[in-house]
Each structure stands twice: as structure tokens, then as C-alpha cells.
Design a protein around this ligand. Sequence first.
Ligand SMILES: C[S@@+](CC[C@H](N)C(=O)[O-])C[C@H]1O[C@@H](n2cnc3c(N)ncnc32)[C@H](O)[C@@H]1O
Length: 239
Amino acid sequence: MSKKNRSLWIQTKKTRGEGFYKKIPKIGAVFYEKLMDSDMIKIQTEEIASEILSKVDNGKILDIGSGPGILLKRINEINPKLNLYGLDISKSMYKRAKKNLEGLEIELILGNIMETEFDSNYFDLVTCTGSFYLWDKPIESINEIHRILRNNSKALLFETYTDYDKNKFKESLTENMKKIKLHKRPVAKRLLKKQLNITYTVKEVEKILKKSLFTDSFSIEKIILSNLPVWLRISLCKN
Ligand SMILES: C[S@@+](CC[C@H](N)C(=O)[O-])C[C@H]1O[C@@H](n2cnc3c(N)ncnc32)[C@H](O)[C@@H]1O
């Protein structure tokens, strides 16, 4: 990436990062939730939920950047025995999740993953979808995941990356847009492309993890979610 593009990338990331979400108004959170209400996201949620549930069938799971709580709701439907927690920096998202998860035994916390009040060695699994790329202090936040995760447990982060295969993406995007209502397509497309532009490259993710407490116990795999070849499965193992 050229110096100019790099500085542009940093600027964009700053204005679209955790600070942006922290201040997102109620209408922004409602808009986000409406946009997520599509077959494309339903398939993605199903795939992530089934992967998480194949790793743990009891204990405590934390979803970082839980947004409106869609993933937590689905996991609870499949396995109500699990103790589920959602953490989000945005008050508007937190309130949406409270509403969507009303009556369910799911604990929602308003806060930043950089520093939480959870006990050490608390969670049996930590996950997040499309949130890590927004964190202002990624190394400190990854180290916080290390602290709150139980020994011999895993964190599974599902994140998009910016150096994806553009040709494969183009092919699958056209197919995928058919799973979104016609009037939502232009915005969904624009937001997805914006996200892909400001997420990390695989090398950048690797660099961050190498500097964290998971330095020699992580893996990064390129995966397809909901037919889109733009995702990474970042596995962090606490030994
Ligand atoms: C793109 S949304 C993804 C929401 C949800 N995971 C989903 O897949 O629909 C990113 C979420 O991460 C949250 N977030 C960003 N930075 C955070 C941080 N440092 N700690 C906790 N949550 C954060 C935002 O408020 C937002 O709800």
C-alpha cells in the first residue's frame, strides 16, 4: 500500500472505528439491525452459531461487539443451557440487544473489550463477528481476551480482511445480493465494501497477534461465510 493510501486508510479507520460506534445514535442502531435482517446474514449467523456450538456444549460464552444480539439469540435458541454474555461499547446497540433478548437469560454489558470487569479465567469460549477491526487498541484488547479466557480454551474471531480475492468476491456478491431485499441492496453493498476497505490485511492481523499474549498459539484461516470469500477465522488458544 502506498504511503498516501496508508494514511487515508488510518484516517478512515479512525472515523469509522470504535469511536464511531460508541456515538452511534439510536436511529443508526435501528438502521443497522434492519439491514442485518436478510437471508444473507441469517445464513452467516447459522454458520457461526453451529461452529461455536460444535466447540462447547456447556459453560460461559462471551460475544464481543454483540450489536443487536442476533448471534446470541440464535445460540440461545439452539442450546439454552449455555450461559451467554454480550459486550458492546455502544449504548444504542446495547439497548437494541436488551430489547431483542428480553426475557432470555443472557447478560448484556456496556463496555470496551480493552478493559473489562470480568474475572480472570472466566469464559469457556470468547467470540466476535466483525468487531476486532474497529478496536482502537487491538493488542491490549486481545490480551484482555487472554485474561478472561479459561486455560485450555479458545477464542474464535470471525473477521473480514482487506486483501481478499477480488474476482471471487465479485462473482459471489452478485449471487449474494439476491438474498437481500431489492431496496436494501445498494446500501448493503456500499457498507460491505466500506468495511472490506478498512479491515486489516492478513499480515496486519498476524502482526497484532504476534505482539499479543497469544504470540505462539493462534491460527488464521481464510473461510467463506454465507458464500462470501472475505472472512477470516482467527483462533486464539489459551494454554
Ligand atoms: C459491525 S458491528 C457487528 C455487530 C455484530 N457482531 C454483528 O455481527 O452484527 C461491530 C460492533 O462492535 C462494537 N464495538 C466496537 N468496538 C468495540 C470495543 N472496543 N469493545 C466492545 N464492542 C465494540 C460496536 O459497537 C458494534 O456493535
